[in-house]
Design a protein around this ligand. Sequence first.
Ligand code: PLP
Length: 454
Amino acid sequence: TRPEYEYTVKTSHSKAWIEQAKQVMPGGVTANIKHFAPYPLVMKKGKGAFITDVDDRQYVDYLLAYGALMLGHGHPEMKQAIDELLADAGTFLFGAPHPLEVTFGQEIQRLYPSIERLRYTNSGTEATLLAVRLAKAYTNKTRLAKFEGHYHGGYNDVLYSVNPPLSEAGPADVPCAVQESMGIQEKEREAPLILPFNNLAACERLLREHQASLAAVIIEPLQGGFIPATPGFITGLRNITKKLGILLIFDEVKTGFRITLGGAEEWYQVKPDLTTLGKVIGGGFPFGITGGRKEIMELTSPAAGADLFEQSGSRFSRAKDVVFHSGTYNGHPLILAAGLKTIEVLQREIDSVFAVTDTLKQELEALFKRKGVPMKAVGTGSIFNVVLTEHDILNYRDLQASDLAIRKMIDLLLLNEGIYTKPLNRYSLSTAHTEREVERTIAAYDRVLSRLVG
Ligand code: PLP
């Protein structure tokens, strides 16, 4: 039978739910990333390393909500921490300062020494938005530089060249800015300067040329969380940006706590000016952090504009020397408790997550080798991706040149076998993933590859 037919037979309830969902939400989804062809699976519960769909089929979960769930689903200690806070505080949202904001922040300062001051947000998107606004305010410059293939959330400044068609992307060393969405009115704003990842000479040339207008370079230190910047590239970029008066923003929403507890900053021993965190550190709840050098972060301090703030009676401070940052749910105590528990558990168990991830990578590579299919498990720590190639993977274009069509086919067949990640997505592991899940995964891959290549 054809894989797609098998999929529709096994997941008929998901199919029916998605048909209904289309009458409620455009495309049947409430985040475009949840969609895939022929239709996404509808999940109803999770426990440990497993999730269950509406057809009652169980999957080993390697998506883990795009990497957010590093303790797996329903970790008992996490549940207890939240229950305790709920019982203690009654209602847990105050719209006023809360002691956990400080306790939690001190943990972040300890793990990320470049973060001298921080602010909490409700998503990674909000975190990078604040970082970019701060960089523009601090440098008094207007333009952002970002890398081709890097994702920083869903607003106009950064919705360029995340997944551009190569036919529109221009030369590799001078990439064009390709819009990722309709409705971005280019005339009203400057498109970001697009940089080629892991090409230091080209970046240096572009940064020098545009120095006068550039407020900041924002980067995923490991592209997509799994393609590492070479050490020479990241230290080179740090040196050039410093020399040119351009701020360097590490977007560690994926890499934070996942490649090592202290993220790319610890892994490379390089200090950015600003950092954004999210995903893992929210313990599965909506969360983000913007942090960095004191003198930049202090621009959000209301002290300077306090009088004006109060007199105007407005939520919006009009003081020119304050960078606006507010939000009803910022620093939600329940999420801070979840984040603190996440750090506590990871301090104990992160090494075993790395060990299980390494075993899975090695066994997958060995299996593909036996089957004669070129494959590299690209990544470090608790994230990697299965890239069908025999070449080195250094950037977006290398990834596009790998065999994405076969990878998609493998992913669909794996869904039929009870191994879950969104087709083409990377693999994230959690403290709940053990050698048992690795064995199950390898056996499923073996069946899938035998079917494809014999
Ligand atoms: N930055 C990076 C590197 C991300 O991977 C993501 C999400 O995938 C974001 C920012 C946006 O975070 P959120 O989805 O929480 O808005």
